[in-house]
Ligand binder design. Sequence first.
Ligand SMILES: Cc1cc2nc3c(=O)[nH]c(=O)nc-3n(C[C@H](O)[C@H](O)[C@H](O)COP(=O)(O)OP(=O)(O)OC[C@H]3O[C@@H](n4cnc5c(N)ncnc54)[C@H](O)[C@@H]3O)c2cc1C
Length: 640
Amino acid sequence: MISLDSRIPSGPVEQKWSKAKFDLKLVNPANKRKYKVIVVGSGLAGGAAAATLAELGYDVACFCFQDSPRRAHSIAAQGGINAAKNYQNDGDSIHRLFYDTVKGGDFRAREANVHRLAEVSVDIIDQCAAMGVPFAREYGGTLANRSFGGAQVSRTFYARGQTGQQLLLGVYAALSRQIGSGKVKMFPRTEMLDVVVDNGRAVGIVARDLVTGEIKSHSAHAVILATGGYGNVFYLSTNAKGCNVTATYRAHKKGAGFANPCFTQIHPTCIPVSGDFQSKLTLMSESLRNDGRVWVPKTKADIGKRPSEIAADSRDYYLERKYPSFGNLSPRDIASRAAKEQCDDGRGVGPGGRGVYLDFADAIKRDGENTIREKYGNLFEMYERITGENPYRVPMRIYPAVHYTMGGLWVDYNLQSSIPGLFCLGEANFSDHGANRLGASALMQGLADGYFIINYTLGNYLAGLNAQKDLVDAKGAAFSDVESSVKTKLDKLLGIGGKRSVDSFHKELGNIMWENCGMARSKDSLEHALQVIPKLREQFWSDVSVLGGKDTFNQSLEKAGRVADFLEFGELMCKDALVREESCGGHFRVEHQTPDGEAKRDDEKFCHAAVWEYVEGSEPVRHVEPLVFENVKLATRSYK
Ligand SMILES: Cc1cc2nc3c(=O)[nH]c(=O)nc-3n(C[C@H](O)[C@H](O)[C@H](O)COP(=O)(O)OP(=O)(O)OC[C@H]3O[C@@H](n4cnc5c(N)ncnc54)[C@H](O)[C@@H]3O)c2cc1C
C-alpha cells in the first residue's frame, strides 16, 4: 500500500519552509558530483531544476521529447507570472498571495505548500530579472504589473503576451550554460517510456530515442518528472499538441499515487470551436480581462445582430452584474461556468451560439488604441489571424476550453512522490492549486519548484544514499525487465494492423471526456463515460492502425502510446469525479450547487486530496490525505 506521509514541517505556517531548509540534510559540495540525477522535462519546471541542480554540482541528465528545450509547452504561456512583491503598494503581501491561492483553489490545496510558494514567488522575479528576462516596465524603469483573476491587487509580472517564452529563454540560457560546461547531458527527442523501480526506490528510466527508435536504459540516484499537464485527454485543449500523461501515468502504474485526477481547469477566454476538423484550441490570455468587458445580449431577440447594433442598455455584462467586487476578473472556474450559463440560456453569440463577447471598445476609448496595442498587440494579432476579425473594431468572441490540470502525481512537502527517489515538479504534480488554479500561478509554481525548492529537498534524499552502492547498473535485471516490457508494448501497437487512425480514437475519447467529465459532470454522465471508455479502449487495441516501424522516426507510434495511456487515464478521471460528491473549483457536479448555480463544497466528507493507487488487474484504490486549514478559514468562496 502506498504511504501518504505529507512531511509537512511543524510550527507556524510562515516558519515551516525556513525550518525545513535548516532541518533538511545537505550533501557535501565535494560529493555532489558523485550523484546522478535524471530530470524528465525541460519546460520551466524541469529546465530550471536541471540548471539549478547542475549549478550545485550534481551530475544531471535531462530529457525532453521536443527537438529543443526551447519548445516545451511553457513557451505558450502568455499572460504573466504572479509574485507578492507589492510593487504597486496596493496591499499585496506573502500572506495575501497565500490566502488568494488557497481560496482560489476552493480549499482543496495544502496550506503549507501554498505558503511556501507565496514566499519564494518574490525570489523568482529577482532571479529572472537578473537573468535578463525582459519584463514589462513602467515609464520610470520599475517592473510593471497587471491583474489576474481571483485577486484584487496587481501582482502579475509580464512580458507582453509572451511571458512563458521569455521565462523559458531565461531557463534555457541557464540550462545551456550547464550543458556547455558538461554538467547537464541533454537528451532532446527522447521520450521516457517507463520509470525503473528497484527495491522500492526509483533508480532510473527507460527511454526511446525518437529519431532512431533505440530503446535505452538510464540509471540515476533519483528521478525527477517535470512532464507537464494532461489536458489533452480531452483532445481539444489550449495545450500544445504534444502534451500527454504518459510519464506520470506510467509512474503511477509503477506505484506513484495519482492525486485528484478529475481536477481540470476550463479557461473562460479561448477562441470558440469552429468545426469538426479542429485539432487545437487557442487561448486568449486572461490578462485581456484587465481591459476587456465580457457581455452577451440581454435578450435572445438580439442574437443575430452585429454587436455594434446592440445598444449599451441591451447588453448583459453578466460578470460585472453577478460578481460586482471582482467583475471581469472573477476566477476562471466561475467565469467559465457563467459563460456556459449564458449560452445554455440561448444568449450565446457566434456560430452555434457557443460564444460570449470580450469587448475592448471602452478601454480603447479611455486609453487609446496605442496603449491597448502596447499591452496586448500580439494577442490581438493572433486573434485576427485565426478568426479574420479585427478585435480593435469588433469584440472578440470567446468560450471556455480545457486549459490546465490541477491533478497530478501526489507529492509530499519535499515534492517526492509515493515512490522514494521519484520527485515530481510543475504542472505534473498536484501540489499547490487545489481544485482551481488562479491565473499566472502555474509559471510561478514551475519556477518555484525548479529554482528554489527541489535543490533543498532532493539533497535531503540523496544525503541518505551511498553514491557508489546505490547506483543501480543500467545493464542489470531491474532495467532489462522494464526494457523488454516497453519493447513488447511497442510491438503490440505496431502489430494490431487495424483500420482506424490513432487520432480518431483520441478524438472520440476527447468528446466522451468533454461531454461527460467536462465543465459540468453528473452521476449519470460519469457512469455513462465509465461504460463507454473501456469499450473504446478495447476497440483501440483491436482496430488501431499504427503505420511504420519502431526502429525509426515514427510519430504515429509515439501518439499511439500516448493515446493508449489517455484511454486508461480518462477512466481514472471519471472514477475520481464520480466519487467526489461535491462541487469545488473546476470540479462541478451538477447535483451539488447552490440555488444560484455556484459550486457547493462538502467539507465534512471531501476536505481531502484523493490519491489513487494502481492495482494490476483490479480496481484502483482510493486513499485520502486530509487537508487541515489552520490559517485560512474554510468558508464559502464568494467573489460577489
Ligand atoms: C496557452 C497557454 C497559456 C498559458 N499562460 C499562462 C500564463 O500566462 N501564466 C501561467 O502562470 N501559466 C500559464 N499557462 C500554464 C503554464 O504554461 C503551464 O502550466 C506550465 O508552463 C507548465 O510547465 P511545466 O514545466 O510543468 O511543463 P511543460 O512546459 O509542459 O514541459 C513539459 C516537459 O516535459 C517533457 N516531457 C513530457 N513527457 C515526456 C516524456 N514522456 N519523456 C520525455 N520528456 C517528456 C516535454 O518535452 C517538456 O520538456 C498557460 C498554459 C497554456 C496552455
